[in-house]
Design a binder for this molecule. Structure first.
Ligand code: GLU
Length: 509
């Protein structure tokens, strides 16, 4: 075992990073930081047919946004680089040769047609100890034949030679000991002469070894590959430094069974990617958490709890708290249902925790678009009054527009209900009361206005609702006197006078 904890997130750049991948990376990060270790980004781009331009940049940008920095990565570098597998071709060659020399792997020339013919001949055909003797490979051909074929430019693959009937133990930190008999494995292709590249399995194992990875924390879908990886470690003679494995539970659809997919997101209206993604080929856009108005801290907190639980009722965790509390013992083996309402709830909570001045910065573009500018303190103060009503910054305008523009119309239903025959006269009186108040603080104005209502024996509800209608344009918003304190005496009076002039008393009121 190496001393320093080193983990890696190893995505293949085949498109935007799925939110499940983000969760995998997050657990890697939490585990590494808890142990004072390193969190590494390795780009697994050996399959050039699946390479998508922009995908690697997207991955980098997503983690920058989430605030989960890598200690080593293609852009940052590090002493175990290069961190893109496409730049490590020469390295793999050496290890393929080592296995061939030690007869732990062999060369196979079977063409796709020959393989198809075998599949027809043998039911559930698997290239393994029971069939390899019937195939065209370096085990059945003479050394000279093999040499001739290669010299003539015949394409070949290298296959790992799995000995049958050996128990392979995968020690998984979440699932415990998983024992698999080697007979179920096939002689997987580990190298292809056609592109002179290793396949995923070989590159992954070699790099984990060379990069001194101590823990492989990855998605559950890789569990079936784990025994093969253990076998490769053994073949290379690296068993002593083999990383520990942890295969994370799947993220499941919000309803029904199965893996969370982009289609679930489209159907139910939530993003399954951290950032918006424009497919370079189809030009199709997929929504992202960032563009949908999520705070990165909320996304991190929400994802941390999908598959792990702290064993207490606590739900709000800072990143530091997550680093302290995370453990594989509290990771579930079964899939975690994706709960989109909960994601919104987290964002709501984080908005409440975010300083008003920062929210004001985020709200600025909306105001700028509407050509609205106010003195420095005004916007944060407005936000302070309405933020408990929103889940997203973009919802602030809906809740707060009347702080920035006076109503131009009045909600009909509210007028019918609240605008009585006596209202205009009463509100004119209110204007007078307000004119005589110098200290326009919320508490003071409230005291004075309520005193006046009491003295006159007016109906508190009727006055206050008509007052709100005049100031807001409808029957919503925070505490009335908090609103008037913010918009100020002059604006309050202007709005009252405008309403008195413009609203006509409905018949039968
Ligand atoms: N490149 C693999 C993937 O796309 C890596 C799996 C692993 O972490 O070993 O998921």
């Amino acid at each position: 075992m190496h001393n320093k904890t080193r983990v890696r997130f190893a995505p293949s750049p085949t498109g935007p990073l799925h939110i499940g991948g983000v969760r995998t990376a997050l657990y890697n990060y939490l585990f590494a930081k808890q142990h004072g270790g390193d969190f590494i980004l390795r780009i697994e781009d050996t399959d050039s047919t699946r390479f998508v331009p922009g995908a690697e940049e997207y991955i980098q940008e997503a983690f920058d946004w989430l605030g989960l920095p890598f200690d080593e990565s293609p852009t940052k570098g590090g002493k175990f680089g290069p961190y893109r597998q496409s730049e490590r071709k020469d390295i793999y060659q050496k290890y393929v040769n080592q296995l061939l020399e030690n007869k732990l792997a062999y060369i196979a020339f079977d063409t796709p047609d020959e393989l198809d013919a075998k599949r027809l001949e043998i039911q559930n055909f698997q290239y393994d100890a029971s069939t390899r003797e019937q195939m065209r490979n370096s085990l059945t051909l003479s050394d000279e034949e093999v040499k001739n074929l290669i010299d003539n430019g015949t394409q070949y693959v290298v296959r790992i030679k799995i000995e049958p009937n050996i128990d392979i133990t995968v020690n998984d930190l979440i699932r415990g000991e998983v024992v698999i008999n080697s007979s179920v494995l096939d002689d997987k292709v580990i190298y292809k002469s056609s592109d002179q590249l290793p396949t995923y399995h070989l590159a992954n194992v070699v790099d984990d070894h060379l990069m001194e990875i101590t823990h492989v924390i990855r998605g559950e879908e890789w569990l079936p590959s784990a025994p093969l990886h253990v076998w490769l470690y053994k073949s290379f003679g690296w068993k002593g430094t083999m990383p520990r494995f942890a295969h994370l539970p799947l993220l499941l659809k919000p309803e029904g069974n199965g893996k969370l997919s982009k289609r679930d997101g489209d159907r139910l209206g939530f993003p399954v990617f951290p950032l918006e993604w424009k497919d370079p080929q189809s030009r199709e856009t997929s929504s992202g958490y960032r563009e949908s108005g999520y705070l990165p801290e909320a996304v991190v907190n929400f994802l941390a709890l999908l598959g792990w639980n702290p064993g207490t009722e606590q739900e709000i965790f800072s990143l530091n708290e997550l680093v302290k509390s995370f453990s594989f013992e509290r990771c579930s083996k079964s899939g975690a249902k994706f709960d989109f309402e909960k994601a919104k709830w987290f964002n709501h909570k984080y908005i409440q925790e975010t300083p008003n001045s920062i929210l004001a910065e985020m709200f600025k573009p909306t105001l700028a678009q509407k050509n609205i500018s106010f003195e420095k303190e005004y916007v944060p103060n407005v936000i302070g009054l309405v933020k408990e009503r929103v889940n997203f910054v973009k919802e602030l305008w809906d809740q707060a527009s009347f702080f920035f523009v006076a109503p131009t119309s009045y909600d009909e239903k509210t007028v019918k209900k609240r605008w009585k025959a006596e209202t205009p006269a009463q509100l004119s009186e209110l204007v007078h009361v307000l004119q005589n108040i110098d200290n326009f603080s919320s508490e003071h104005v409230e005291k004075e206005v309520k005193q006046w209502i009491e003295n006159k024996n007016y109906h508190l509800g009727n006055i206050m609702n008509a007052f709100r209608l005049a100031i807001v344009g409808e029957s919503k918003g925070p505490h009335m006197f908090d609103i008037t304190a913010l918009i100020g005496k002059q604006e309050t009076i202007v709005r009252l006078e405008k309403a008195i002039k413009e609203i006509s008393v409905p018949e039968n009121n």
